[in-house]
Design a protein around this ligand. Structure first.
Ligand code: RRO
Length: 304
């Protein structure tokens, strides 16, 4: 059999395969570059950046839970100008798509960041993070269709690059939000960000995380995330990018069969830096074994 075609399209952006590394779990790829061949990835999604630098939340900021982790990083980043100065030169050398995640507390700030990134050729697409559970107001724009659409419309007004909107699972109906951002011009949606959670130390009777609450990720959330992706993919026309506890290629295929055009690998990178690259090889092997020539045959092929 000829080599299976793993290419997928996210708006006008073509990816060499459907496997990206999720924002906040891979930096901008520099540390991982010594361990894995970054050029094999479908895309790198960089840690969310804001207009001004942010220190993040007080420690502890990470705790393991059964089949998952809670994080309360708090949007730590160096701000847009330092990102452009320090990270873009490295990313210029990488031969895969670069998707820059952006976050803000106001619609104007989202638009401003999008405007500054629009001039940078290396940025292939933007992922609008309206779903950070760990900063005050971080979920404000993700809860209601109108506020989510307003962010997307403002960003669209300032960029010619494809837009992915990253959605929160901490809402009444995630597919409603997905439909709203589609109408506002989002080229794709990615879901899910982390679920709000917490852990308590029974000896000190204190919260384990410095920020009290955090975002839960990892295998613990996979079935819930998968259900949200399936439901959303049935309702929108734009591509859905599946995220949530994907640890191996079988998990990735579950999301793709349920309707995801691509997937993002997050928590698995902390366990095995090669996880995403191994998942790509696993998907290709599965396609060969099952004589599937093209990813298109797999996306949303769930029999119900
Ligand atoms: O930085 C964080 O605490 C964080 C962000 Br921005 C996010 O979108 N999701 C998450 O679990 N943590």
């Amino acid at each position: 059999m000829v080599k299976p075609n793993l290419k997928v399209k996210i708006g006008s952006l073509e990816l060499k395969n459907p496997v990206m590394v999720a924002s906040g779990t891979f930096g901008s790829g520099e540390e991982y570059g010594n361990l894995v061949d970054l050029n094999k990835l479908g895309a790198i999604v960089t840690k969310s950046i804001t207009l001004k630098p942010r220190e993040g939340n007080p420690p502890p900021r990470l705790v393991e839970t059964p089949s998952g982790i809670l994080n309360s990083i708090g949007l730590q980043n160096d701000g847009i100008e330092t990102f452009i100065k320090d990270k873009i030169p490295f990313l210029n050398k990488v031969k895969t798509a670069v998707i820059v995640s952006i976050a803000a507390h106001s619609i104007n700030d989202y638009a401003e960041i999008a405007g500054r990134l629009n001039k940078i050729k290396r940025v292939d697409a933007l992922e609008i993070n309206i779903s950070c559970p760990n900063v005050r107001g971080g979920l404000e724009f993700s809860k209601e269709p109108d506020s989510a659409s307003a962010v997307v419309a403002a960003v669209k007004n300032r960029t010619s690059k494809p837009i992915i909107t990253k959605l929160s699972p901490n809402v009444k109906d995630i597919s409603e939000i997905a439909m709203a951002v589609q109408e506002a011009g989002s080229d794709a949606v990615s879901l899910v960000n982390t679920f709000t959670g917490m852990a308590v130390d029974i000896e000190t009777k204190m919260p384990v995380l410095g920020n009290v609450v955090g975002g839960l990720s990892g295998p613990a959330i996979k079935p819930i995330a998968l259900h949200m992706v399936w439901e959303t993919a049935r309702r929108v026309r734009i591509p859905v990018i599946g995220i949530g506890g994907i640890m191996d290629y079988r998990d990735a295929l579950e999301f793709i069969i349920a309707g995801a055009s691509a997937v993002q690998i997050g928590t698995a990178n902390f366990v095995n830096p090669k996880a995403a690259v191994e998942i790509i090889a696993g998907i290709e092997g599965y396609m060969r074994r099952n004589k599937i020539a093209n990813m298109k045959e797999l996306i949303g092929c769930l029999k119900t």
